[in-house]
Design a protein. Structure first.
Length: 62
């Protein structure tokens, strides 16, 4: 009999931590890895706790 593994309590996402036009000292986009409570995510990603909205302030468009 195989035991099922418990579902993880968190999941790790890589996010852009600052406006992509702002770069670090090496000229790379500033990113961060964050742990959030685990949930099923739709494309985007989009979920109960996480909703990514891509807004361009320069052109005032989503």
């Amino acid at each position: 009999m195989m035991r099922s593994l418990p579902k993880p309590r968190t999941q790790r996402l890589t996010i852009i931590a600052q406006d992509p036009s702002a770069k670090d000292g090496a000229g790379k986009i500033v990113r961060a890895r964050v742990d959030i409570p685990a949930e099923s995510l739709q494309p985007g990603p989009w979920g109960y706790r996480v909703q990514v909205v891509d807004f361009d302030a320069a052109t005032d468009t989503l």
